[in-house]
Design a protein around this ligand. Sequence first.
Ligand code: UGA
Length: 454
Amino acid sequence: MNSNESTRPAFAPRRITVVGCGYLGAVHAAAMAEIGHDVVGFDVDEAKVALLSQGRTPFYEPELDELLERTLATGRLRFTTSYEEAASGAEVLFLCVGTPQAPGSNAADLKYVWSAVDNLGPLLDHPCLVVGKSTVPVGTAEHVRDRLHEIAPAGEQVRLAWNPEFLREGFAVKDTLTPDRLVVGVERPEDEQELASLYAPVLDHGMPWVVVDLATAQLVKNAANAFLATKISFINAMAELCEATGADVVALADAIGYDARIGRRFLQAGLGFGGGCLPKDIRGFMARAEELRVDEALHFLRDVDDINRRRRRRAVEMTHELLGGAVTGAHVAVLGAAFKPDSDDIRDSPALDVASTLHERGARVFVHDPKALDNARRTRPQLTYCDTALEACKDADVVLHLTEWREYRDIDPAELAAIVASPRILDARNALDAPAWIGAGWTFKALGRPRVAG
Ligand code: UGA
C-alpha cells in the first residue's frame, strides 16, 4: 500500500476544509492554500475567524502573518463559522480541533472532536475523505469513522484517515511546509493515493512518507510526544544527580549527546517542559493505557511527569537560597512567561508556575516576556507585568531567567548589575553565558550545575 516516489500520484488541487483554527489548524489551512489547494478554514469562534479573515493571527507564530496575508490574497483561502460552508463541496476535511486535558482527570477531553463530527457529519452528503490531525487517544479514529458512517447521508462514502501532526510552536510554518516526515494512517490504498497527491508539493522536498494503519498513526503521535517528554525528564533527572554530586549537567548532556544513538537535541536541562502538548499528552497516554489494561507499560511516564514538576519546585527552592530565605517582600524579577521562546503560549508554563508560587510566598514578582504578557496578564492577574526586561529588573533582589528568549541572552550583565538592588540570578534554562555573568559580579546559580556559582 506504500507508494514509492516513482509511483506517487501527481499533485491535484482539492477543495479542502480545515476544521478548527487554533495553532494547528490555522497554520495547516494557510499551508494547504500555499501549496495550491482551495481551502476553507472553519472555527466556531467568531472573533478568531474575523481576525484570520483579515490576515491577522490570534496568537504569535513567526512567519504565519505573512503566510496568511499571501494566501488570502490568492483567493484560495477563506474562513467561516458556518458548518454548511465547511461541509459543502469539501473533498478532504482535516480535523484540527484541540484535545485538552479533561478537567479533574488525566484523560484527553474529546468534546471538540465529537462536536465537529456530530455537526459536520449530517452535512456530508457526498464522497469525501475526513483526515484526523488532532492528537487523540488510540482508538478514537475508529470511533470517528463509525460515527460518520452512521450519521453522514453519504454513509460509507465518507472515508477516514489519520495524519498526525508534529509541528512545534515557534516553527509551525516551517514544520508544516517541510516536515521531517509525513505519517498517514489509512484503510484503503485509494486514500493513501489521495493524500499523496494532496501533499505532493510537500513530498517533493524528499521527506519520508510513512503509510500505516489507523491505530499505528494515532500511536505514533502519542509515542513521539512521550519520547520527547521522557528525553527532557531524563536529562532533568541527571540534573538532580549533578546537584547531589557537584557534576555539571550541561557538560554531561554534551558528552552523551555526541553519541549519535542518543543525540544532543531535547537534552536541554532546566525548568522542564510545559505547553499545551507534552504535559497533557503524556497524561492522556497513561489514561488510555489504563483503559486498555496495559497501564504498567506506561508507568514510567508518571516518573517523567514527577521529575518535570520537581524542577519547578527546585527553581523555587533555589530562589529562596539566593535570597537567603528572605522571600517575603523581596523584589523578584522574572524573565519569561511563555512556556518556551518564540511563542506567546502560556499554557502550563513552567515560568508562570514558578512566578506564581513565589508570589504566593509573599514575594513581589515583576514579570517580563517579549510576546506573552497579554496572555499572562489574563490568567495570572496577581503578578506585576513590565514592558521591558530592564523595568522588571530595576531594584530587583533576584533575577530569574525562566524562558530562554534570545533577547535575554543578549543582555549585558554589567549593565543589568547597575540597576538591580542585588546582582543575584538563577538561570533556570542553562542558556546564559555563566562566566560573563559571574565576571560582571553576579551570584549565579543554574539548575543541575552546582559548581557554576559566582
Ligand atoms: C511539542 C512537540 O515537540 C511537537 O513535535 C508536537 O507536534 C507538539 O508538541 C504537539 O503535540 O502539538 P511544542 O509543545 O511546540 O511541541 O514544544 P517543544 O519544542 O516540544 O517544547 C516543549 C517544552 O519542553 C517547552 O516548555 C520547552 O522549554 C521544553 N524543553 C524542550 C526542555 O525543557 N528541554 C529541551 O531540551 C527541549
